[in-house]
Ligand binder design. Sequence first.
Ligand code: NAD
Length: 262
Amino acid sequence: MFGSDLKDKVAVITGAASGIGLAVAKCLAAEGAKTCLVDIQEDALEKAVEEINDSGGKAGSIRADLGLESDIESLKRRVDEGYGAADILINNAGLQIVSSIEEFPVDQWDRLINVMLRGAFLCTQNFMPGMAEKGWGRIINIASIHSIVASPFKSAYVSAKHGLIGLTKTAALEAAEKGITVNAISPAYVRTPLVERQIESQAKLHSIPEEQVVKDIMLKPMPQKELIEPEEIGETVLFLCSPAARHINGHNLVIDGGWTIT
Ligand code: NAD
């Protein structure tokens, strides 16, 4: 797709046992990349790897907690040994914690920021030098429309995603002359387990059916009133890895059905 030749490129995808990360891994593997799926959920990782290999792709997995510096350092060593230096890094692992600022548990704030912002920084720090040596690399940070707008009760998530855009721009500048591009993708609601959990809890909170949560609450600010499918994010990643995108750098590619233009 998009004339990208990803044959045997090494792609590291964090949070790849589920949702967007899994869809991205499948798309990259379908284009010939050697994919390394990273997550904390071991059983789901195993299943994901099996699924990709059964459909003719190349996949392996490494369990790592992206909130821990030691796990990220060991991830880098194991990728080098088992796959070769990474060409593509997808910083995708994420979680959501919903609470008012007054009641936000500080340990949970730290946990979210550690995984979603510090983890992305540490992965970039560890994998970028190998890409620079090869003179080619693609780093793609899965952000969110919450990198541009805010919602109440999601202070840690919104802060992490806004921060991720700062990291994207800074890394793009530092890598600009090394054949590496660094970009972000910012989707509105994508149909994944993370969102399905939110639909369920909102339905309980407001005592309304789940379909009504999607239509009247989640998609209310989205002119194109549809959930985005995870494969659409995978295909956008392929575009950013393609030759056509070689001068797209430090960009925040928004996929939001028109949400943030209103
Ligand atoms: P998901 O819950 O389906 O997948 C997230 C994955 O990250 C899970 O497999 C989980 O185990 C993994 N993960 C969480 N903490 C981890 C840790 N400490 N170490 C390693 N792995 C960890 O969610 P998703 O919807 O696919 O979200 C993926 C990314 O996309 C997140 O960064 C999320 O913020 C972003 N995003 C999602 C949506 C959406 O609507 N689903 C919209 C915009 C952005």
